[in-house]
Design a protein around this ligand. Structure first.
Ligand SMILES: Cc1cc2nc3c(=O)[nH]c(=O)nc-3n(C[C@H](O)[C@H](O)[C@H](O)COP(=O)(O)O)c2cc1C
Length: 156
């Protein structure tokens, strides 16, 4: 017997975590999505993972491109998290950013960012796990944006 997805969803809501925006180059400009599935897998070699839903455009673009960036959002970036969790074309013009070596946007005000190269894609149910090598990373001072029980929160 399997657990119904809605029941698992209710349980998953209780797991508090940070919020990232995963970005990638697209033929029509940059693209990205809000993702809380980010995890550091290994320090040596430096590996991270993100779990992306099979229906997401970001997933398809990363499958082709194999390069992407992860931006860890700071507490003031709730509006960015909200706009990047809506499917469709994402607007980078109003968000200060620069492009990494592969053209993936690094958000200027993010708490940290990582430029990544996919090393393995693992199909896992309705998501794909992207394991990736960290090519470059920068971390800055500040506090993270948190997501818990369908809402955005701050540490204090
Ligand atoms: C806080 C938060 C975290 C999310 N984390 C993930 C995630 O880790 N993986 C995922 O596939 N979708 C996640 N989503 C949903 C995507 O952001 C959403 O499906 C998005 O519209 C996909 O955009 P795209 O189709 O343009 O790539 C999250 C949404 C929110 C609000």
């Amino acid at each position: 017997m399997t657990v119904a997805s809605e029941k698992l969803r209710r349980t998953a809501r209780l797991y508090a975590g940070g919020v990232t925006v995963v970005t990638v180059v697209a033929p029509d400009g940059a693209h990205g999505m809000t993702a809380s599935s980010f995890a550091v897998v290994s320090l040596d070699p430096p590996l991270i993972l993100v779990s992306l839903e099979e229906t997401s455009r970001t997933r398809s673009l990363i499958l082709e491109r194999e390069r992407f960036a992860v931006n860890i959002l700071r507490e003031t970036q709730e509006s960015i998290a909200k706009s990047f969790s809506v499917s469709g074309r994402k607007e980078f013009d109003t968000i200060p950013h620069r492009l990494d070596e592969d053209g993936a946007p690094l958000l200027t005000d993010a708490l940290a960012h990582l430029s990544c190269k996919t090393t393995e894609v693992i199909e896992a149910g309705d998501h794909d796990l992207f394991v990736a090598e960290v090519i470059a990373t920068e971390a800055f001072e500040g506090s993270p944006l948190l997501y818990f029980d369908r809402g955005y929160h701050r540490l204090k």
